[in-house]
Write a protein that binds this ligand. Structure first.
Ligand code: B3K
Ligand code: ZN
Length: 850
């Protein structure tokens, strides 16, 4: 349990550590209850620091012995670490500590998952393994010896020696402690091989529990494609003889980029047609790539301190999105990224958890692995590239690796490279890193004598602790169409640097229709008076795929907002526009699915709130349902034929084209199920030879409260597959009626397979409740109360996952006063729980914002 009176850490307080480390030797004597960790660390005074305090982090460790240069010492030990006097010269610090991996339910440090030993050290988990300067700017070369009866024992770097019950690993690349990893268990490998551009042969392994060997081929293929892509696109090669990935069932997040030994949540690496959906495949491909790309952006060049987290995460997310764009469809990836950005990051920026991409203080760093740091961080890299151009971006990245390889650096270092390479002054751009909040662009236009003028104003609303913000440089990609729908001005980047600016386009023969913020060239909210006719025009004619989709999305949003507010019927123009998109065979099916699928209920709640209304989740739920019914009826004649046309012949393949067809087919099936009593969905369920189609069919049935038999059959078929059962738990809640969602989640906790210690299962159950907009925000307050009950139970076991899930409450102030009272009561109850963790205390306090 952490200290419950949390103290913030400030970026401005940064000072370098007073010592450097030349080498670290660790020996692990594994035991579930009494693992011994013996450390041998060569320190020397840091010539760049005058600070001679010697403090080593250490938490929940039992110190057995410690010595300096072979002389036993009795250090001063606190719950946070140890101090002792040290020589003003190089010295060797040695310690032996005892830890209990089997008792570690927080899944941070060394713990056990299904009997296997594994670690998670980022951000500050290494201090639960041994005494050490657990900060990313202390980099060292590690040698690790693992003693234990397990058949497979892995650590970072290359294997160097082995005995009957021990293995030794040496990692030649200096690294911070957060990249340390150890795995030991009776595992089996799916092995392969990769030869790098310069001829290094690399052994590749995906290690899994026996029985899961058949689910590794796709992940391995994704890894090899990622390795090749990084060579071809960034000129970056792998740098060890071996690259290991291990699948672990109990994991707090998706995966972790430990040097040479990536550890993955099994849900993010194991794939098979029977058990994984198309979306799972795409996510696995992206996460494998993401963790692999960290080898350079994160590991070889790391962060000076945790405030710089976006330096590695923003850049690596940007790189993995480039990879997915290249592997699949770039427009579809862009649209999907923007949907996710708005759903998570804009929502965060608009509420009590808003923080800059580079925060300036935190209490618990694990609470800052956020959509803002990751996804907005990636947007900033994309904007930089737009501003400097592709060639300069490539030069800057080369210069970045050349200058900072082996270093722990800052956002200032990153921007300085771009300034040096391009000669640009990026002072104004830096505000994107330091100022929270989503800028709003207000756009009006005028037309005179062949000149079209866009008048653009920017304003960033206040966020907690940041009342006023200066103008930022914003790249705004614009194209113009003439009234016939032909493009008269191709995509042009307008660089906005002032609060208010005019941009002129001359020599036009007719007043054009503007297509603004093409490709979503900046993470901003565009406010411009437009009407449905113009949106439909752009949906039909825009040459920019993103804005084409955006126009359809705006139509859908407007329609749903009106339907929610006035209970009105659907605008027939919207339905006609949808019909035109669906019938347009020149459009990629995946794009059509994105263009036709209405915005989420949370999106509508946010949009209503932005427009000055108090959203009623039940009214949004009903409007969404009415829209679905109207779509089904209006498109009834098209549905069966189009549904059949989207059938992919032959054996299942997760490629983008096939997945896109299935995605559109899923949307069509959801509409058809409203008309045919579920017969098509039942037939699809019965015939499905892959999880995508099986789950789609089940989900369409359950959404209509129809699939009871299939729900049971699915359960019985997949009872023994943990990852598929997570889907079953989630679906059981997400398709409940709003009034039943909370009680359904609670009922599931009595299922023999519910396990509060398994984050995937907990998230499947209660994440589904949090994601059920009308159920979570139910007027009775039972959604809030139920989530609070279970977060209070989870916190003593797993603070990290508890704290993250508190973000479900971040929108509570959007709603009416009765709901706010219920939410406040739930939040205050969490805060009052005895011994609440530092993680959850910080999150709930920020959300309450008192
Ligand atoms: N770097 C890890 C995330 C660590 C989260 C620590 N709470 C995975 C990733 O971003 O690739
Ligand atoms: Zn990452």
């Amino acid at each position: 349990m952490k200290d419950a009176s949390p103290q913030p850490v400030y970026l401005s307080d940064y000072t370098p550590f007073g010592y450097l480390i030349d080498a670290v030797h660790l020996t692990f004597r594994l035991d579930p209850h009494k693992t011994r960790v013996i450390s041998h660390i060569r320190f020397r005074p840091n010539p760049d620091s005058t600070d001679r305090r010697f403090f080593l982090h250490g938490e929940q460790l039992t110190l057995i012995t410690a010595s300096i240069d072979g002389q036993a010492i009795t250090p001063e030990v606190t719950p946070q670490g140890l101090t002792c006097p040290v020589p003003d010269a190089p010295f060797i610090f040695e310690a032996e500590v005892e830890i209990a991996p089997a008792a570690n339910t927080a899944l941070e440090g060394l713990y056990q998952s299904g009997g296997m030993y594994c670690t998670q050290c980022e951000a500050e988990g290494f201090r639960k393994i041994t005494y050490y300067p657990d900060r990313p700017d202390v980099m060292a070369v590690f040698t690790v010896r693992i003693e234990g009866a397990e058949t497979v024992k892995l650590s970072n770097g290359n294997p160097t020696a082995q005995g009957e019950d021990w293995d030794e690993w040496h990692d030649p690349w200096p690294k911070p402690a957060y990249l340390f990893a150890l795995v030991a268990g009776d595992l089996v490998a799916h092995a392969d091989q990769f030869t790098t551009a310069s001829g290094r042969d690399v052994t590749l392994n995906i290690w899994v529990r026996p029985g899961d060997e058949g689910k590794c081929a796709f992940g391995m293929d994704a890894l090899k494609r990622a390795m090749l892509w990084d060579e071809q696109v960034y000129g970056l090669e792998y740098d060890l003889d071996i690259f290991n990935i291990v699948a672990v069932d109990d994991f707090n997040m998706g995966a972790m980029e430990n040097k040479g030994l990536n550890i993955f949540n099994s849900s993010c690496v194991l794939a098979s047609p029977d058990t994984s959906t198309d979306a799972n495949y795409e996510r696995i491909e992206a996460i494998i790539a993401h963790e692999y790309f960290h080898n350079w952006t994160g590991n070889r060049v790391t962060c000076r301190d945790w405030f710089q987290l976006c330096l590695k995460e923003g850049l690596t997310v940007y790189r993995d999105s480039q990879f997915t764009s290249d592997m699949r469809s770039a427009p579809v990836k862009r649209i999907a990224d923007v949907i996710a950005l708005r759903a998570r990051q804009f929502r965060e920026d608009n509420g009590p958890l808003a923080h800059p991409v580079r925060p300036s203080s935190f209490v618990e760093i694990n609470n800052f692995y956020t959509a803002t740091v990751y996804e907005k961080g990636a947007e900033l890299v994309g904007m930089l590239k737009t501003l400097v151009g592709d060639a300069a971006y490539a030069d800057a990245l080369k210069a970045y690796f050349a200058r900072h390889d082996g270093q722990a650096v800052t956002i200032e270092d990153w921007l300085k490279v771009f300034e040096d390479v391009t000669g640009r002054d990026l002072t104004q751009f830096k505000r994107w890193y330091t100022d929270a909040g989503t800028p709003r662009l207000t756009v009006t236009d005028s037309w005179q004598d062949g000149t079209y003028t866009l008048h653009i104003q920017q304003h960033t609303p206040a966020t907690p602790g940041q009342p006023d913000k200066d103008a930022r440089v914003i790249p705004i990609a614009v194209g113009l169409l003439n009234p016939n729908g032909n493009e008269v001005v191709p995509t042009t980047i307008l660089e906005m640097t002032e609060v208010s600016q005019n941009f002129r386009f001359k020599n036009l023969s007719a007043k054009p229709v503007p297509s603004i913020l093409r490709g979503f060239s900046a993470p901003v909210i565009l406010e411009r008076a437009s009407d449905n006719a113009e949106r439909a025009f752009l949906l039909a004619h825009d040459t920019d795929p993103f804005n084409k989709w955006e126009s359809g999305r705006a139509l859908g949003r407007e329609t749903l907002m009106q339907m929610t507010l006035s209970g009105s019927a659907v605008d027939p123009a919207y339905l006609d526009a949808l019909r035109a998109v669906l019938r347009d065979d020149s459009l990629d099916p995946a794009f059509r699915a994105l263009a036709v699928r209405p915005p989420s209920q949370d999106d509508i709640a946010q949009s209503l709130h932005d427009a000055g209304h108090t959203p009623d989740p039940q009214a949004i739920y009903m409007a969404t349902d009415r829209l679905g019914q109207a779509m089904a009826q209006h498109l009834a004649d098209l549905l069966p034929e189009l549904y059949a046309a989207m059938t992919v012949p032959g054996p299942y393949s997760p490629d983008a084209a096939a997945a896109g067809k299935r995605d559109l087919q899923a949307l069509l099936l959801s509409l058809l199920t409203r008309l045919d009593g579920g017969s098509t969905a039942r037939a699809q369920y019965a015939a499905a030879d892959n999880m995508s189609q099986q789950l789609t069919a089940l989900s369409c049935l359950m959404a209509r409260q129809l699939g009871e038999a299939e729900h049971q059959a699915f359960h019985d078929q997949w009872r023994r597959d943990r990852l598929v059962m997570d889907k079953w738990f989630a679906l059981s809640v997400s398709h409940a009626r709003p009034e039943d969602a909370a009680s359904r989640a609670v009922a599931l906790t009595a299922h023999p397979d519910f396990n509060i210690r398994n984050p995937n299962r907990f998230r499947a159950t209660f994440g589904a409740l949090a994601g059920h907009a009308a159920g979570f925000h139910h007027a009775t307050g039972k959604g809030y109360a139920t989530l609070a009950d279970w977060l209070i139970r989870l916190d003593p076991l797993n603070p990290q996952t508890t704290a993250r899930m508190c973000a479900a409450f971040e929108t509570w102030k959007r709603y009416d006063s009765a709901r706010q009272r219920h939410a406040r009561a739930a939040l205050e109850r969490i805060l009052a729980a005895p011994h609440l963790s530092r993680d959850t205390t910080e999150m709930v306090s920020l959300i309450l914002g008192d």
